[in-house]
Design a binder for this molecule. Structure first.
Ligand code: FAQ
Length: 334
């Protein structure tokens, strides 16, 4: 049923023989593992695909600050507060590197913000779920940053240079985030029965949305085939989801928590876990704006933008004054 809810304009990936000479030369560079840099020729669809993915990724980092920001003032100790504050600041930094990478493709930051605030641009579905308890902060670090790393490590080898290079630092920081989340979960899971129940409840609520972060299943993924041919993506959505499940299930076992999936079972033959299907109707509803917190998240971003208008105006006025001063001293010197 969910397959009917995705766009069906999946383009067939063309072979080298079907391409014009310039495009063929471009594809051969990609096939040879060369990086593409901003000023070089690229097919228009390659540029558009990168702008779409990088800007969605940047928006996810920025909107992703909101669920955790909710707990900065309520973290249980001063140390936890300082760690969480640093993590949320890192996410802001990731958003900024990624906006810079997207700008090298010819879109302005104002255009990207406009797309986010108008609801035209997507951001990761995961950030439309609420953070109801302190254990949710542990679950986000462990599962959400864990899924982000699984998806982003291969992006360090993306064919577009600025995106690949931005991902190197981002992945290092995400790794610290994942460990801090697992540390919170460890303390709770090994704590009192109430703390353990809180950790289990967080796992129950974040497990399926975390699996959805990898995108629709391969047969419903509109962009995967072309993005993989261009080496923007190195792996399909289902491959990464499988790797994430295989990595995370032993961690849940170590914590003494139960993954909320009755179909979860080790499959000796394939050397990986079999697991249940995420609720794709829920996924498509969330990315269409109907998740539990979509409205609240967008409202918070629009408010931050509007509240910052006086500061942007001040910066522009200052830059204009300085330019006028430079111009006046140039004229005086002539
Ligand atoms: N949520 O054909 P595909 C983080 C859309 S960062 C929303 O498979 P594609 C750090 C997709 O855009 C998390 N929309 O698409 C952090 C497309 O729609 P469109 C973000 C989704 O691009 C941690 C349509 O569905 N990471 O967590 C989602 O080949 C903690 C069809 O899908 C990235 O963005 C989704 N989950 O593959 C921060 C990584 N999945 O554009 C704070 C880079 C799919 O045609 C706290 N992005 N869609 O309207 C990617 O790797 C890819 O873009 C995928 C989707 C894998 C997300």
């Amino acid at each position: 049923m969910y397959a009917q809810m995705v766009k069906t304009d999946t383009k067939r990936v063309r072979s080298l023989d079907e391409m014009e000479p310039q495009e063929r030369a471009f594809q051969e560079r990609i096939d040879a593992g060369q990086k593409i840099e901003p000023k070089e020729w690229m097919p228009e669809d390659y540029r558009k695909t990168l702008i779409r993915q990088i800007s969605q990724h940047a928006h996810s980092e920025i909107v992703g600050q909101l669920p955790e920001g909710n707990w900065i003032s309520r973290a249980p100790t001063l140390e936890r507060k300082a760690i969480l504050l640093a993590k949320v600041q890192d996410e802001a930094g990731h958003g900024l590197y990624l906006y810079c990478a997207a700008e090298t493709l010819g879109i302005s930051r104002d255009q990207m913000y406009e797309q986010l605030h108008s609801g035209k641009a997507k951001y990761s579905s995961i950030f439309n779920y609420p953070t109801l308890s302190w254990a949710d902060i542990g679950a986000i670090g462990w599962l959400v940053d864990g899924a982000a790393i699984m998806n982003q490590v291969p992006l360090q080898r993306c064919s577009y240079g600025p995106y690949a290079r931005a991902m190197v630092r981002i992945c290092k920081e995400e790794s610290f985030h994942q460990r801090q989340g697992f540390d919170i979960m460890t303390v709770l899971a090994k704590g009192t029965p109430e703390q353990k129940a809180m950790a289990q409840d967080a796992l129950d609520r974040w497990w399926w949305p975390s699996l959805m972060m990898f995108g629709p299943s391969d047969d419903a993924s509109v962009h995967s085939a072309q993005s993989m041919a261009w080496k923007i993506k190195q792996n399909s959505n289902d491959e990464l989801r499988q790797k994430f499940v295989d990595q995370t299930v032993p961690q849940a076992k170590y914590l003494g928590l139960t993954v909320p999936d009755p179909a979860l079972k080790w499959n000796e033959e394939k050397g990986g876990h079999d697991f249940g299907e995420p609720d794709w109707n829920e996924f498509f509803a969330v990315i269409a704006g109907e998740g539990p917190c979509n409205r609240e998240r967008l409202e918070a971003r629009r408010k931050a933008w509007n509240d910052g208008a006086w500061f942007r105006d001040g910066l522009t006025a200052h830059a204009e004054k300085q330019a006028a001063r430079r111009q006046a001293s140039r004229i005086a010197a002539e």
